[in-house]
Every structure is written in C-alpha cells, then in structure tokens.
Design a protein around this ligand. Structure first.
Ligand SMILES: [Fe+2]
Ligand SMILES: [Fe+2]
Length: 331
C-alpha cells in the first residue's frame, strides 16, 4: 500500500501554498494511523500540544520520585528496600526518555526544567499528597502506577513516533510497579490487624486522588477533543477513569480491602461499575498549588537541580573533550 509517509515532505519553506499542501499530507498520515516523526512537517498547535503533554508527563515522573523515595531509608526489609530503590530509579529513567522525546520537538531539557521550576508547567497533582505510612508505597504502586498504566497503554499508539515508542518501554516497567504495589498491599492485608488497618487507611487516602489522575470530566477538559482528533489521545478522560474503576474493584476484593466509596456498585445495564461523585474542588485546589505538599515538592526539586549542577558541568566538559568540542548538548 502506498502510504502518505512516502510522499511526505521533509520541511515546509514557509509559503502559504506549502503550508496547505503539507497540512494535507499531515492529516492523511494521521488518518492512516501512521506515525509523525521529528523531521516531518506538523501544525504548530500539534507540536505545542505534544510539548505541553510530554513535558507534564516527564515532570510527573521525576517529581513522583519524591513521595516514594521518602520511604527508602525506612523500608521494612532489604528485599523491600531493593525493590523500592529500583522503582524510584525507573521513574528517573522514564523522565529521561520523555525529556528526550520532547527534545525531538525542538525544545531543550533546560527550558522544560526551567518552566517546571518557575511553575509555568505542571506535573500530576497526585504527587502533592504525602506518604504517611509504609502502606502508602503499596497504595501508590497499585493505584497510582495502575492509573498511569491505564492512561499510558493507549499512548503507545500515539500519532507522534518518539512519544509512542517511549511509552512502550515505560508501560512495561509500570506493570512491574503496579504488581509490586499489589503484592506489598497483599502482604500487609494478610498480616497483623494493625498491618491490615494500615493498608486499608492507605487505600482510603489514595483512591480518590487516583481517580482524579485521569483529569477533569470530558465536558470540562480543555484539550481533549483536539488531542483525540490528532490521535495523541485515543480515549477520553471519563472512559479511562471508568476502565480503571472496573479493573480495581475485583482487585480490591482479592486484596481483602474495600474502596472508600459507598456508591460503588455494579451496573448490569451499563456493564460497568457506578461510582460516587469526585471532589473536583479538591482537584483544582491541588492543581493551583494548594495541595498538602506542592511547596515541598518544588523546593526539593529545585534544590536537587542546583546540587546536581556540577554533575551536568562535568558531563558537558567530558562530552566536549571526547567529541572535539561539539558534543556538549545538555547543560
Ligand atoms: Fe513512571
Ligand atoms: Fe511507575
């Protein structure tokens, strides 16, 4: 089959006629489910949407290291400590793939980090909640990584090639994260009454913020319709949220834990679980910066960035030396 990609021009030279022709090629490629690659022409708004989404995703990966890293020194066994360290490192790696994907769109990692540090770009609101007990590590793995997978599996088919390919690798690792969280909670749930209560308390606190991770309801989601038309997103926020609830209900039963929603019940007619109203006021407040840990997360991030300056300088100097002065790309 002849594909749109075969006729795809490398670059537009800026004339109006070119822009129309290139847009038609872009539209055809998206319609044919082909991947858009970095050197292909793409609408400015498509590029800007991807940069915003990939940056927010990358920021979430690295900020998300903090609530769990909080428990590394206090993990209850060497096995749990090794697992948690590996997981937190994986999240750093996810950030790296994603900043790399954003760079293919012509934006530097420096620029994105600067926007994060000055509050001009966001990260997922879920990471502004505190990790109060060891069971929170399990609840995050099961629910937060679980919600992330539900969101991210369809992104493996995103129309932008580098993002889609990064997601394939990330989703494989997220599956491990979800399983380790489930296994940790299962061990606590089957442990002493105190351990069971600790697991239940963690699930009670993380359940609703996890449902908020899918973003506002479809009728209030500013970018959803356009992102779906461009095949960046494949499913709406509400669809993905429903899918997540349906997955979690039987898993909670197997864990011997309950989900903190009195309205949660199977709806035979819809073939899905009904669930209670989400407190969107809380969501918008946390997003605005008024969550329990917003300030702490950003302060710690900026401090880590400053303390890492000498590593970046050394890496740049090393690269320059070994590439004859042409290799230093990242500050
Ligand atoms: Fe991740
Ligand atoms: Fe993860």
């Amino acid at each position: 089959m002849a594909t749109a990609a075969a006729h795809r021009p490398a670059r537009a030279d800026g004339t109006a006629a070119d822009a129309t022709a290139y847009e038609a090629v872009f539209d055809a490629a998206v319609a044919a489910d082909e991947r858009i690659e970095p050197r292909d022409w793409m609408p400015d708004a498509y590029r800007a949407t991807l940069v915003r989404q990939i940056a927010q995703h990358a920021h979430s990966e690295i900020i998300g290291m903090q609530p769990e890293a909080n428990w590394i020194t206090r993990a209850p066994s060497l096995r749990r400590k090794a697992i948690l360290m590996a997981k937190v490192q994986d999240e750093a790696g996810h950030g790296l793939y994603l900043y790399g994907a954003a760079e293919t769109l012509g934006t530097s990692r420096d620029e994105l980090l600067d926007k994060l540090h000055t509050g001009r770009q966001k990260y997922s609101s879920i990471f502004n909640y505190p990790t109060l007990t060891w069971a929170d590590v399990g609840a995050i793995g099961w629910l937060v990584d679980g919600a992330a997978i539900t969101n991210q599996v369809p992104l493996c088919r995103c129309s932008y090639g580098p993002y889609a390919r990064a997601m394939v690798r990330i989703c494989k690792e997220e599956s491990f994260h979800q399983r380790q969280g489930y296994e940790l909670l299962l061990a606590l749930s089957r442990g002493t009454p105190e351990q069971h209560a600790m697991a239940q308390d963690a699930v009670n606190r993380w359940w609703w913020p996890s449902l908020m991770m899918f973003g506002p309801p479809d009728d209030e989601s500013a970018h959803s319709a356009q992102s779906m038309a461009w095949k960046i997103k494949r499913h709406s926020n509400d669809e993905l949220r429903q899918r997540f609830v349906d997955i979690c209900v039987p898993q909670a039963q197997s864990l011997g834990l309950t989900l903190p929603d009195p309205d949660l019940k199977w709806n035979e007619e819809r073939g899905h679980h009904d669930f209670g109203p989400i407190d969107w006021t809380e969501f918008w407040e946390v997003l605005k910066g008024n969550g329990p840990c917003n300030e702490q997360r950003l302060t710690q991030r900026k401090q880590a960035h400053e303390e890492g300056a000498w590593v970046r300088e050394a890496a740049a100097a090393y690269a320059a030396k070994h590439n004859g002065g042409t290799g230093a790309q990242h500050a």
